[in-house]
Write a protein that binds this ligand. Structure first.
Ligand code: FHN
Length: 473
């Protein structure tokens, strides 16, 4: 049972799953989806919930300086260079004349995502720098009009994603450092540079909202995205009411589109889930660079994360996560009922950095064998965290993801209620594993060595309906 970020508040406060009141259901359906019934909501969210794993792509003009401006470097994120290098708008615009990604190959990008086991792609149609990475009719500051490349790379990517069976989605920034009515009022900052907060000249906000809606109309009608992933909503001039209005506007353009909670003002910083003082707009929570400590029953959420420490390409950021960490993050997130949106930051020449490609290939190798234990699963049925790893579930199946192999190859689960009819490795389905039942629970004979040191998946086939899960060992 799931109903968007609002639910989470109930769970955390109550520490037990309290059934939803009629008021909550109607409030939810009335708010985030106008007249959407719960069944319609579940239908709209179904592909996304089952997908579990997507590629985030931060690509834009910031890939040209690649984290360096006039010899100045920073350990801050690359796509914010217009801010931390205090680059005036007129200077930053010049990067467009140097943006010519001749090595861009949509087929290759989508193949890399697909082979990693990813089911959807979310690409930056416009980031905070205000540059449109698609052929916009309402802005000349875009990849077709303002760069020597003149090709609509996003059109090619959308077409290829659909051809290879991946859902295509857009990131869109509400914060726009390039919009004429926006300006910066901060000590030591050029008023047209980037900045965490911007202000709007009188009448500028209404004008900008019209501009945004025109861009969103052309994005939805020309590229048919499955998700709108908003960001940059923390501006003082942007309100929850604006978020509700934009949510309704976008759902009006495409009824079954999914919209994250950064359309409104609900998000609690990097924690990403909504505050609890009222109902907020959006269909799912967005933790950033973090994974919730515990599962959030009934809540749709997606954790977005970098593979190094920047979203946009930086030539000198080599703080790469290991494939093991990335795979275990995916498992950890799925075991808590969430999605994993893993980022790549392509270069200005149009290549996904090889350390990213290598890591995605390693994830893909694991997913090829173990994808069944991730896609379409629900959160762990165990009430507490497992010492030796994580668990995901489906009706009649529990998937144990073993990170720490038990010394003697024997794994005990105390007071294991349901009838286990078979135990086997997902990587070796034909060979049944021995297990003993005793008064206290069940003990699995796993053998001395893991099949995969990163995570070996053990499947417990249970008789559906007999599922009183006890304390794990
Ligand atoms: O400022 C952005 C940042 O550049 C990046 O896009 C991330 C991705 O979720 N979101 C914002 C920071 O919260």
């Amino acid at each position: 049972m799931r109903f968007g970020p609002f639910v989470m508040m109930v769970v955390l406060l109550g520490a037990t799953i309290t059934p939803r009141t009629a008021a909550q259901n109607s409030a939810d359906s009335k708010f985030s989806s106008q007249t959407e019934t719960r069944a319609q909501h579940d239908q709209r969210m179904r592909w996304w919930r089952e997908a579990r794993f997507g590629m985030f792509i931060h690509w834009g003009l910031y890939a040209v300086p690649a984290g360096e401006y006039k010899g100045q470097r920073s350990d801050r994120i690359g796509e914010w260079i217009m801010d931390w290098a205090n680059i005036p708008r007129s200077e930053y615009e010049k990067f467009a004349t140097q943006f010519n990604p001749v090595s861009f190959n949509a087929k290759e990008w989508v193949r890399i995502a697909k082979d990693a086991g990813m089911k959807y792609i979310v690409i930056t149609s416009k980031h905070h720098d205000g540059f449109s990475m698609y052929g916009s009719k309402v802005s000349k500051y875009d990849i077709v009009d303002a760069t020597p490349f003149h090709r609509d790379a996003i059109k090619e990517l959308a077409t290829e994603a659909k051809r290879q069976g991946l859902e295509f989605c857009f990131y869109y920034s509400i914060l726009d450092w390039h919009y004429p009515a926006a300006y910066v009022d901060a000590v030591g900052k050029d008023p047209t540079a980037g900045n965490f907060l911007t202000k709007m000249k009188p009448g500028g906000k209404e004008e900008y909202v019209r501009y945004m809606k025109e861009q969103l109309r052309e994005l939805v009608s020309s590229y048919d995205p499955a998700v709108l992933w908003f960001d940059g909503e923390w501006q003082d001039w942007w309100t929850e009411e604006d978020g509700q209005d934009l949510y309704r506007f976008v759902r009006g353009l495409k009824a079954d589109i999914i919209i994250n909670n950064r359309v409104g003002k609900g998000r609690q910083g990097m924690h990403g889930m909504n505050k609890t003082d009222r109902i907020y707009s959006g269909d799912f929570g967005t933790p950033e660079q973090e994974i919730p400590a515990n599962g959030l029953p009934g809540v749709d959420w997606e954790s977005c994360m970098t593979m190094n420490t920047t979203w946009g390409f930086k030539s000198y950021d080599d703080h790469w996560k290991s494939p093991e960490v990335i795979i275990r993050n995916l498992i950890d997130i799925a075991s808590k009922g969430g999605n994993y949106l893993l980022n790549v930051g392509p270069t200005a020449s149009g290549l996904i950095p090889s350390p990213s490609v290598d890591r995605l290939a390693a994830v893909g190798k694991w997913m090829k064998v173990n994808g069944e234990s991730i896609y379409g699963t629900s959160a762990s049925p165990f009430a507490t965290q497992l010492q030796y790893g994580r668990a995901t579930s489906k009706p009649g199946r529990v998937y144990l993801h073993i990170f720490n192999w038990p010394a003697n190859g024997r794994l005990s689960l105390h007071s294991w209620g349901p009838q286990v009819k078979r135990v086997y490795f997902l990587a070796d389905k034909k060979r049944s594993l021995d297990f003993q039942r005793d008064s206290d629970g069940i003990t699995l004979q796993l053998g001395e060595h893991p099949l995969d040191p990163v995570a070996t998946v053990v499947v417990l086939e249970t008789i559906v309906g007999r599922h009183s899960v006890g304390r794990p060992s």
